[in-house]
Design a protein around this ligand. Structure first.
Ligand SMILES: *Cc1c(COP(=O)(O)O)cnc(C)c1O
Length: 409
């Protein structure tokens, strides 16, 4: 297989050309739909078990289709990044069956009973529940604080020596709050605390947390990386390759969070157009945010691309563009929100985001239903808040749909 000897200059090329080798001259990565792999001799079996490469033994442990997706994600997250010695950084990704499974491996391989996680408001609903229910039952405590304020962050660390890990989601939906990854990591490193970043929302095209020295990045690949809404998936990426290949891999395998070869194939396919899709998502979202902000029936728009958003400068510092997600409130609250959503003709009502088409949802009654109302309100998730994942349709059609639905109010 021919390979480029010159460095690739952009992430579309990286997404398309990181993985080339495969058996039988297949142009695309084959779907290795197999639970297990054969050995010609007992010695060969023993050698494969003893080898550092565990991808051709049993598919819960690894599978060549997973490896192709993992290598592409490693290349995307590390693209253009170098270490203190000026060498390209090398990452290790582990593909999972879902974002939740990747997060479970992250937390359980790094934390034990008696440890504490420090995190912030406006987390993904599943993350919030995982740390408050599953981790709590396992004896792992969580502190939630507004760590955008670095004094609050450092005081929480000083007062709680059991904090082992700081988990950041930035931007975080549905209020699109951002955390300064560099500032938090700088403080965390002073106290030897691990930092993990949920980069689902931004994708490696818009934001590369490893640039700031974080230890782990995770994605729900269900969203923008797959991009087409064809499967659930997740990935956990670490910069300590040795630790990823040993403890983290072991916990992943024992927890049983492996994905399927078909889902990995769909993900590989989706990632090929990441840059093209994100450029369109972002430019459409900016236009929708401007439209909503100027509309007289709209009370408030949370889009981090707007200078009116409290975290606009943080986003500008660490993101290439501002993403496709926003939330907004209509004058008249929940009644008007429901009427508006039901009047849309083209945009789809559904939970999830990051699909090529525009999705709209009502967090209070869906994704954040399990978060108590007082808690939800602290995060800014009011009863009337509408969340929008702007798709790559022609912008005129998105705006026309919004215009006609707002007229119906
Ligand atoms: C969707 C999502 C998750 C959970 O991922 P699943 O693939 O649904 O398990 C975690 N974090 C964020 C930010 C998400 O949007």
């Amino acid at each position: 297989m021919k390979r480029n000897k010159f460095p690739l200059t952009g992430i579309s090329s990286v997404a398309l050309h990181t993985v080339k080798e495969n058996a039988d001259f297949s142009h695309l990565t084959p779907i290795y739909a197999t639970s297990t792999f054969s050995f010609d001799t007992t010695d060969e079996g023993a050698a494969r078990f003893a080898s550092a490469d565990k991808t051709k033994i049993y598919s819960r442990w690894g599978n060549p289709t997973f490896t192709a997706a993992e290598k592409t994600i490693e290349a995307l997250e590390s693209f253009g990044l170098t270490n203190e010695n000026g060498e390209s950084i090398k990452l290790k990704a582990l593909l999972h069956s879902s974002g939740q499974a990747a997060m479970t491996t992250l937390f359980l391989s790094n934390l034990k009973a008696g440890d504490t996680v420090l995190s912030h408001y406006a987390l993904y609903g599943g993350t919030y529940e995982l740390i408050h229910k599953v981790l709590a039952d396992a004896g792992i405590k969580t502190i939630i604080a507004d760590i955008r304020d670095l004094n609050i962050l450092e005081n929480a660390i000083k007062q709680n020596p059991s904090i082992k890990l700081i988990h950041i989601e930035t931007p975080a939906n549905p209020t699109i709050n951002c955390i300064d990854i560099e500032a938090v990591t700088t403080i965390a490193k002073k106290y030897n605390i691990i930092v993990s970043v949920d980069n689902t929302f931004a994708t490696p095209y818009l934001q590369q947390p490893f640039k700031y020295g974080v230890d782990f990045v995770l994605h729900s690949t269900t969203k923008f990386l797959n991009g087409h809404g064809t499967s659930i998936g997740g990935v956990l990426i670490g910069k300590d390759n040795e630790y990823m290949h040993t403890k983290v891999w072991k916990w992943h395998v024992l927890l049983g969070g492996n994905t399927s070869p078909f889902d990995a194939f769909l993900l590989i396919n989706g990632m090929k157009t990441l840059e093209l899709r994100m450029d369109k998502h972002c430019s459409n979202a900016m236009k929708v945010a401007d439209f909503l902000q100027q509309h007289n029936k709209v009370e408030k728009v949370n889009y981090v691309g707007l200078t009116s958003h409290s975290d606009h400068l943080t986003a500008k510092k660490q993101m290439k563009q501002f993403g496709s997600l926003m939330s907004f409130e209509l004058k008249g609250g929940i009644m008007e929100a429901k009427k508006f959503m039901d009047a849309l003709q083209m945009c789809t009502q559904a939970t999830s985001f990051g699909n090529v088409d525009t999705l709209i949802s009502h967090p209070a009654s869906t994704s954040h239903m399990s978060v108590a109302k007082e808690e939800r309100l602290k995060f800014g998730i009011t009863d009337g808040l509408i969340r929008l994942s702007v798709g790559i349709e022609n912008i005129e059609d998105i705006l026309n749909d919004f215009e006609q639905a707002l007229k119906a109010l």
